[in-house]
Design a protein around this ligand. Structure first.
Ligand SMILES: Cc1cc2nc3c(=O)[nH]c(=O)nc-3n(C[C@H](O)[C@H](O)[C@H](O)COP(=O)(O)OP(=O)(O)OC[C@H]3O[C@@H](n4cnc5c(N)ncnc54)[C@H](O)[C@@H]3O)c2cc1C
Length: 398
């Protein structure tokens, strides 16, 4: 059986690894648009920007692994079309037949036309090349403006401050990460950045961007403009699903897949940031833009392509590192109606449970690394009295 994987990222590399681990002996071709072997992106906004890690350390497998495992890795090759009837992928160079096709094309940063068209120094952060370009600019005293206080915007702010840059973050919402975390926990992140000297301007609207003598001038409605040596636009990503849509696959905020990561075409599957997955435990479609999902989706899709009939039930998980704050989150806290905090939020040593309709729907810890096991165990369980009582240690809930 001949398997083609489009997208040379984390999901793709993990799928290839799992196919070989499961004993698949047929052809595997991984078509990756970037001129690098698959790599992990989390270090791009953390260690790589700080200078404490280098690109080679981020590789999913060492370069030689692909030859050793007879995985035909086509770096710098773009898949331009899929013919579902003939089961062929059109490449920037040639054509590939497949018996099974995995789409792991990831996500693409959203752009702001007003910034792109300004001629000002503007960067987005998605690829290794973006990160290396950004690292060059994060010097002592550099003025960095960031539009967007999501995970990427805040991690860039953290790295930039640690490199001695002055940082202004512009965010239209009243709090950073408010939609994901809710007011109380979002405030922890606002306080964290302000305590580290970030000029965090919330509830603001960017009206335009101009280039003045090589500087970015960011106009803000009703306030003075922000002048920066570099503007980082970090306003989220969109799933890279155009290829699938053009082929006639169902696409709605990503490629729609069932609980097994299958598209309606029995030969085609999707995994990672691009997959909008019908999650059996959460009872809803979710498209998760996180590292852990890319890894486990990739591996799971590999097993399903080889005939497994297990649905993908793993809960979404993610982590962030900002300054001296480490955080891990598991579950899906959207639409929560109650919150239970154990520990001290102000000291940033705590665990939090999000509840909805008497169930625990998500959990998180701040700098409490032993908590992730109990959090995983309790998410999805009923919100008993013990769960709701902050005096009951988290470990006792398992
Ligand atoms: C800077 C940064 C920091 C992050 N930090 C964290 C973190 O701390 N914690 C966390 O949980 N998650 C983090 N993430 C998210 C995590 O990295 C992603 O969820 C993960 O990389 C998704 O993997 P993927 O394989 O689905 O997609 P991607 O990694 O985006 O890989 C997709 C690949 O497919 C290629 N491609 C697309 N279309 C085609 C085509 N037509 N032909 C060929 N190739 C194509 C793309 O060029 C890309 O290389 C971070 C992401 C970024 C950008």
């Amino acid at each position: 059986m001949n398997i083609v994987v489009i997208g040379g990222g984390l999901a793709a590399a993990n799928a290839a690894g799992e196919l070989r681990e499961q004993g698949h002996t047929g052809d595997i071709v991984v078509v990756g648009g970037e001129p690098h072997p698959p790599y992990e992106r989390p270090p791009l906004s953390k260690g790589l920007l700080l200078g404490s890690s280098e690109p080679d350390e981020a590789q999913v497998h060492p370069r030689e692994w692909y030859d050793e495992h007879q995985v035909d890795l086509r770096e710098g090759t773009v898949a331009t079309a899929i013919d579902l009837d003939r089961r062929r992928v059109q490449l920037s160079s040639g054509e590939l037949p497949y018996d099974r096709l995995l789409l792991a094309t990831g996500a693409t940063p959203r752009h702001l036309p007003m910034a792109d068209g300004s001629g000002a120094p503007v960067l987005h952060l998605r690829t290794l090349d973006d990160a290396l370009a950004l690292r060059e600019r994060l010097s002592e005293g550099a003025r960095i403006a960031i539009i967007g206080a999501g995970w990427i915007g805040l991690e860039v702010a953290s790295a930039a401050r640690q490199r001695g840059a002055s940082v202004t973050v512009l965010e239209s919402a009243p709090l950073p990460l408010q939609r994901v975390l809710g007011d109380e926990i979002a405030t922890v992140f606002a306080d964290l950045h302000r305590a580290h000297g970030v000029d965090l301007r919330l509830g603001v609207r960017v009206a335009g961007v101009e280039n003045e003598h090589g500087e970015a001038v960011v106009h803000v409605e009703g306030a003075d403009p922000v002048v920066a040596d570099l503007l980082v636009v970090a306003v989220g990503v969109s799933p890279t699903d155009e290829l699938a849509a053009r082929a006639g696959l169902a696409v709605d905020n990503g490629i729609l897949v069932d609980a097994w990561l299958r598209t309606p075409d029995p030969h085609v599957f999707a995994a990672g940031d691009v997959a909008n997955h019908d999650h059996p435990t959460l009872g809803t479609h979710v498209r998760v833009e996180h590292w852990d999902t890319a890894i486990h989706h990739g591996r799971h899709a590999a097993r399903v392509m080889l005939g497994s009939d297990e649905p993908y039930t793993r809960l979404p998980y993610f982590f962030t590192d900002q300054y001296d704050l480490g955080m891990e989150y598991v579950g899906h806290g959207a639409g929560y109606d109650d919150l239970v905090v154990r520990g001290d939020l102000a000291a940033r040593e705590a665990s939090v449970l999000w509840l909805r309709e008497d169930r625990v729907i998500a959990g998180m810890h701040l700098n409490d690394w032993d908590a992730i096991g109990p959090l995983r165990a309790v998410v999805g369980q009923p919100a008993t009295e013990a769960v709701r009582d902050p005096a009951v240690p988290l470990g006792d809930l398992m």
